[in-house]
Structure formats: structure tokens, C-alpha cells
Design a protein around this ligand. Structure first.
Ligand SMILES: NC(=O)c1ccc[n+]([C@@H]2O[C@H](COP(=O)([O-])OP(=O)(O)OC[C@H]3O[C@@H](n4cnc5c(N)ncnc54)[C@H](OP(=O)(O)O)[C@@H]3O)[C@@H](O)[C@H]2O)c1
Length: 402
């Protein structure tokens, strides 16, 4: 209070210099924050980019071509199989696209021919859920080709509701394992004729959760669509690879299996979560899952790398060889599964005293006359196949009956 009892007022003196200095400081302060934010943003982007690179995994970059080599890829109208065919077509292969839906296969075939200018692509029907379809496919192929350089068992179905194949087997075991088991066995003679040749089996790291349920192989008593049936079928892929590698020792045919990674494909088509979970997964998968192209790289390395000429019976992921857990190496189960699979698909048992396990004439236990690779036999088979299914039956019956 002033002496007169009136309050004193403090007068602010306007100082233009101080004001300008304060403004400049403030201005610089904003820039400092902006720069800091940009730096933080860049760091996050870099970390995310590196993480994405790690998720995508290595790319097979060797430029080797495989002009004219005869290749079969199963389930290649979409996903990993389609990308595999695209790359093999770029490298000059002659490819038989083995798919169950001819229309979807044709669309993929035309797209790949357009993109690669490779006209040596063929659309062939193969439903691995039908043993007859497998046999028909093989008969037609054998009528057309006397050699097979590369077989890629890629097709697969995951976590579907319990359904049966045409032959009454549980769908995932039937398609993922039994269909490919029969297909491969019936093609061994052509693979041996083309040696050095290769078989690639697309399995999954999900095998880690798998057990071969000897008491209930078809999941009749209890069906768990992912942790039971799918993982069992993928473990079966691995045990099949291990056993086949032993049987093929010294033949020049190698067989390896792989896990392609977590890949954004149609494989989860049977996923039955709520809409919001599906949408959330879809968005997350854009970043967290591999692209189909990235998912195809391990199959491509196994199919193409000249450095893997002698590798057989091994398991790969991210283009690298990985050790298998004990139940992936269990040869007792592999032997049992092989014998059981032979019975289920109607193949004769491998001969116990033949280290290669199969009739050396043709590699499949088929009677020599049926699988003869001479031009005359091939021409006869071609004519027979053209005549229709009856001819197809002849080949099948002979193989199974020997
Ligand atoms: N995607 C992943 O994250 C992942 C992870 C581990 C392992 N894998 C394995 O990778 C392989 C390829 O899967 P993907 O991810 O590319 O799946 P995808 O996009 O669903 O492709 C699967 C392919 O298999 C075909 N197929 C299904 N049932 C068949 C049958 N009965 N006969 C013939 N073909 C059949 C499908 O044909 P349709 O289009 O006609 O159904 C399709 O062409 C599978 O063996 C899968 O188990 C995938």
C-alpha cells in the first residue's frame, strides 16, 4: 500500500530487444523439438525396417538357370507355390503346375507366362485328397515326360474342420502327407532317370508341436485341427523326408524339407475367429508375416543351389540348415509311418534286403514294363493315356500289384 492508501501498479516496460530475443529462443526451441522428433521417427523407422528385413529373411540370389529342366510343383495356383513357379519359370524351367482347381491354375499360369515370357508352363489337375487323382496325374505325366529333375511337394491345407479325403482319410494327413507320399513314390523312377535330381518337401516349424499318433492316425477319437492334425501332418512330412533320403542313398536323387516362415497366404482360410480378430490379424500380418515371395526363398534354394547337390535328408528354414528336434529324427517312427503309409495308399512294401528299398528297374516297385522309359514305351503310354482313364488304370494297377 502506498502512503495515500492506494495500491501501487507495476508498469511493464516494453523492451523490443528482449522480446525479439525471446521469440528467437522460442523459435529455435520448436526446431529443436522438431529435429528431435524427426530423429526419433527415423530411429523407429530404421528399427522397423531392420526388423522387417529379418522377418522377410534371406533371398536366394545365385543367378544359375535351369533351362529345360522338368519340374513339378504341387499347389501352385497361389501363395508360396505360385511364387516358386514364377522364379523357376524366370530361370527357364519347364514346369508342370499340379493344382486341384484348373481355373485358378490357368489364371496363375497365364499370369506367370506373361511375366516371364516362359511358354513351357503346363496346367495339370491334381487333387492330393484323392489317390486316384494322384495316380491319374502321374500316368499323364509319365506319358509326356521321361525325366523329372525337380519335384516340389508344396501344396497344403491347414486347420480345416474335420473332413475326409475321397479315400476316407483325415483331410490334413491325407492331403499334406499321404497324397504327396504316393505322388513321390510313383515319380521316383523319373527322378532317378534325371539324376542328379531333387525333391523338396514344404513342411512347417509347426512340426515341433506334432506327434505321430499311432493309435489314432486319422484323428477319429479326438480331433484338434491345428495342434493335432496339422502338426502331425507336418511332422509326417519331415519323417517322410528322412526315410526317403535313406532309401535314395546312392541314386543321385536328394530330398530335403523346409519351413517357409510365417507367410501371408491363403493358408489360414479355415481360421474361424471373430471378424475383428480376423481383421486385426490381417493388418498385423502385413508387417509381421513374410510376403509369398519371401516365403518361397527356402524352397528355391533347396531346388536351385548347386552348393546343395549333396545335401539330403535335412531341414531348412530361412535358407539355412537347422537341426531337428529328437522326434523329427525318430527313425523308428519314420519306419512305422512309411509302412503304414504304404498300406494306406496301396503301394507294395519296400523290399527288406534292398538298401535302396525299391525295384532298381524303375525306383517305384512298378513292373519294368510299365515304367519303361524307352521312347517306344513312352509313346505307347502316351497313346494309352490319350485313350482315357482305362489306360491310366493299367499303370496304377501294375504299380500297386507288384
Ligand atoms: N503360409 C505359412 O505361413 C506357412 C507356414 C509353414 C508352412 N507352410 C506350408 O507351405 C505350403 C504352401 O502353403 P501356402 O502358405 O502357400 O498356402 P496357400 O496359399 O493356401 O496354398 C496352398 C496350395 O495348396 C493347394 N491345395 C490345397 N489342398 C489341395 C489338394 N487337396 N490338392 C492339391 N492342391 C491342394 C491349394 O489349392 P487351392 O487354392 O485350390 O486350395 C493352394 O494352391 C503348405 O504346405 C503349408 O503347410 C505355410
Amino acid at each position: 500500500m502506498s502512503e495515500a492508501g492506494t495500491p501501487t501498479t507495476t508498469r511493464t516496460v516494453y523492451d523490443p530487444t528482449a522480446e525479439a530475443a525471446e521469440k528467437a529462443l522460442c523459435f529455435r526451441g520448436i526446431w529443436a523439438w522438431l529435429v528431435l522428433l524427426v530423429l526419433i521417427g527415423l530411429c523407429i523407422a530404421l528399427v522397423m525396417w531392420l526388423l522387417r528385413k529379418i522377418i522377410l529373411g534371406p533371398v536366394y540370389r545365385k543367378p544359375n538357370r535351369i533351362d529345360g529342366k522338368v519340374v513339378i510343383v504341387t499347389g501352385c495356383n497361389t501363395g508360396i507355390g505360385k511364387e516358386t513357379v514364377l522364379e523357376l519359370a524366370r530361370r527357364g524351367a519347364k514346369i508342370y503346375m499340379a493344382c486341384r482347381d484348373p481355373a485358378r491354375c490357368e489364371a496363375a499360369r497365364i499370369e506367370i507366362m506373361d511375366r516371364t515370357q516362359n511358354q513351357q508352363l503346363f496346367n495339370r489337375s491334381l487333387d492330393l485328397g484323392s489317390l486316384q487323382s494322384v495316380r491319374n496325374f502321374v500316368a499323364r505325366f509319365k506319358a509326356e515326360e521321361t525325366r523329372l529333375d525337380l519335384l516340389i511337394n508344396n501344396a497344403g491345407v491347414m486347420a480345416c474342420p474335420r473332413t475326409l479325403t475321397a479315400d476316407g482319410y483325415e483331410q490334413q494327413f491325407g492331403v499334406n502327407h499321404l497324397g504327396h507320399f504316393l505322388l513321390t513314390n510313383l515319380l521316383l523312377d523319373r527322378l532317378k532317370q534325371a539324376a542328379p535330381s531333387r525333391i523338396v518337401v514344404v513342411s512347417s516349424a509347426a512340426y515341433l508341436f506334432g506327434r505321430i499318433n499311432r493309435e489314432d492316425l486319422m484323428s477319429e477319437r479326438k480331433y484338434s485341427k491345428f495342434f493335432g492334425a496339422y502338426t502331425q501332418s507336418k511332422l509326417a512330412n519331415i519323417l517322410f523326408t528322412r526315410k526317403l533320403a535313406l532309401l535314395l542313398q546312392g541314386t543321385g536323387v536328394t530330398v530335403n524339407c523346409c519351413h517357409p516362415g510365417l507367410v501371408r497366404t491363403e493358408l489360414n482360410r479355415h481360421f474361424s475367429g471373430a471378424n475383428w480378430t480376423r481383421n486385426m490379424l490381417k493388418v498385423m500380418s502385413l508387417y509381421l508375416f513374410k510376403t509369398p515371395r519371401a516365403g518361397a526363398q527356402t524352397s528355391l534354394r533347396l531346388a536351385l543351389d548347386p552348393g546343395l547337390e549333396c545335401s539330403t535328408g535335412n531341414y531348412y528354414a530361412d535358407c539355412m540348415r537347422f537341426p531337428l528336434v529328437p522326434w523329427g529324427r525318430d527313425m523308428d517312427t519314420a519306419d512305422w509311418l512309411w509302412r503304414e503309409s504304404e498300406q494306406l495308399v496301396g503301394l507294395p512294401p519296400i523290399e527288406p534286403n534292398n538298401p535302396n528299398g525299391h525295384n532298381p528297374q524303375n525306383g517305384t516297385g512298378a513292373r519294368p514294363a510299365v515304367a519303361a522309359a524307352s521312347p517306344a514305351a513312352a509313346a505307347a503310354a502316351a497313346a494309352a493315356a490319350a485313350a482315357g482313364d482305362a489306360a491310366v488304370e493299367t499303370v496304377v494297377v501294375d504299380r500297386a500289384a507288384s
